[in-house]
Ligand binder design. Structure first.
Ligand SMILES: Cc1ncc(COP(=O)(O)O)c(C=O)c1O
Length: 382
């Protein structure tokens, strides 16, 4: 059997990883500033994480949500504390798309309404409703198409006001990334997030903060949406939560009332997934990784803004987008092939940095030197 060929891949096979480094099968070392789509939060192969998973596997790896799960309660307690939402409640699942799917369903159950507001360039995942709320027709199958999604312009308060004025009483939820990731590292403005809160309160709609990529401490606050000083009704999360172990979740405000069977999953919240997520929060707390993300992120953003050839540097903390002109389109590939540094991209020409939250200043400097070298090389060739 061959693999179903849906991914354009780099010709590199990673066989070992530690911290912010990975090694290929020839023993070549790379600096990882991408963490496999923003997933590696506490660094690859972190000793506490490895130890917790190994010990858990020796005891029990999996049982379903039909028995007592003390590990889930421990995770909920820690997550409530670290995220500053101790009065919220936790539902565990397996991925970002699933988290958003559950959040949207919960909003619809709660309000009895069908319409969802999403924004231009949004990405919310590939399951049915999440992909319908994603602004990319190429990945929406005919079966996913629905009239229930209303797209409005990102960061445009007047357009949103108009949507609410005309359809407000049909709207179940507004879903928004605090910083759009796939859309090119574009931050929702403070006043826009405050307006969402206001309209949701006025019309009885639910504010869903998609924190799958921008959350889990990456920007220096646990949820980047919270920079706006208003609270969402549901926060969705995944990526950094398990440092590579598949786990997702929604954190739900006390206004929602749970009932048996309303939401459910076979694998979500299993013993191994909880052990992974608890280990991540342990390390985040012990090593104060949110402060480090803010510090190293500020440093990188300031240095990157000093390069003349860079059109714009966007983002917060360790979620950074570097917009380059079209003639510098090969910089990302050269950073990988020549300088051995993994970065991400967003179309048309944005380099995305999404490293582990314990990235050091020395690693940031290594990247800045390589970036300067590539910009210089392109100028010479041009
Ligand atoms: C903002 C956002 N939401 C949802 C998702 C979907 O997450 P997953 O791929 O885990 O389903 C992603 C994935 O990139 C994302 O960036």
């Amino acid at each position: 059997m061959k693999l179903f060929d849906v991914y354009p891949i780099n010709p590199i096979s990673i066989t070992k990883a530690m911290g912010s480094s990975v090694w290929d099968d020839n023993g070549t070392q790379y600096l990882d500033l991408y963490g496999g789509h923003a997933v590696i939060s506490i660094g690859h192969t972190h000793p506490h994480y490895v130890d917790m998973l190994k010990r858990q596997l020796d005891r029990i790896g999996f049982y379903s949500n039909s028995v007592e799960m003390p590990l889930q309660r421990e995770l909920a307690e820690k997550l409530g504390r670290v995220s500053g939402k101790e009065d919220f409640e936790l539902f565990l699942c397996n991925s970002g798309a699933e988290a958003n799917e559950n959040a949207l369903k919960l909003a619809s159950f709660h309000t009895g309404r069908k319409k969802i507001v999403s924004f231009s360039k949004a990405f919310h995942g590939r399951t049915s409703l999440a992909v319908a709320a994603t602004d990319n027709p190429a990945i929406v199958a005919p079966v996913n198409e629905t009239d229930n999604i209303i797209f409005s312009a990102f960061n445009d308060e007047e357009a949103l006001e108009q949507v609410f004025a005309t359809q407000g009483h049909q709207i179940a939820a507004v879903i928004i990334e605090g910083i759009q990731g796939v859309g090119g590292i574009r931050e929702a403005s403070v006043s826009f997030l405050q307006a969402i809160r206001r309209f949701c309160d006025q019309y009885g709609a639910i504010y869903i903060a998609d924190s799958v990529q921008c959350g889990y401490g990456r920007t220096g606050l646990f949820y980047s949406h919270d920079y706006a000083g208003v609270e969402a009704d549901i926060y969705t999360m995944a990526k950094g939560m398990g440092n590579g172990f598949p786990i997702g979740a929604i954190s739900v405000s006390p206004k929602f009332k749970a009932s048996y069977g309303m939401l459910g999953t076979t694998f979500g919240g299993n013993h191994l997934a909880c052990a992974a997520a608890i280990a991540v929060l342990d390390v985040m707390e012990q090593d104060d990784l949110m402060s480090n993300a803010a510090k190293v992120g500020d440093y990188l953003i300031e240095k990157l803004r000093a390069f003349d050839q860079v059109l714009e540097v966007r983002g917060r903390g360790l979620m950074i987008g570097i917009e380059l002109p079209a003639e510098l389109a090969s910089v990302k590939k050269d950073l990988l092939m020549k300088n051995k540094i993994f970065t991400g991209e967003a179309k048309p020409n944005v380099i995305r940095l999404l490293p582990a939250l314990n990235l050091s200043i020395a690693h940031a400097d290594q990247f800045l030197a390589a970036f300067a070298e590539q910009l210089q090389a392109q100028q010479v060739t041009a």
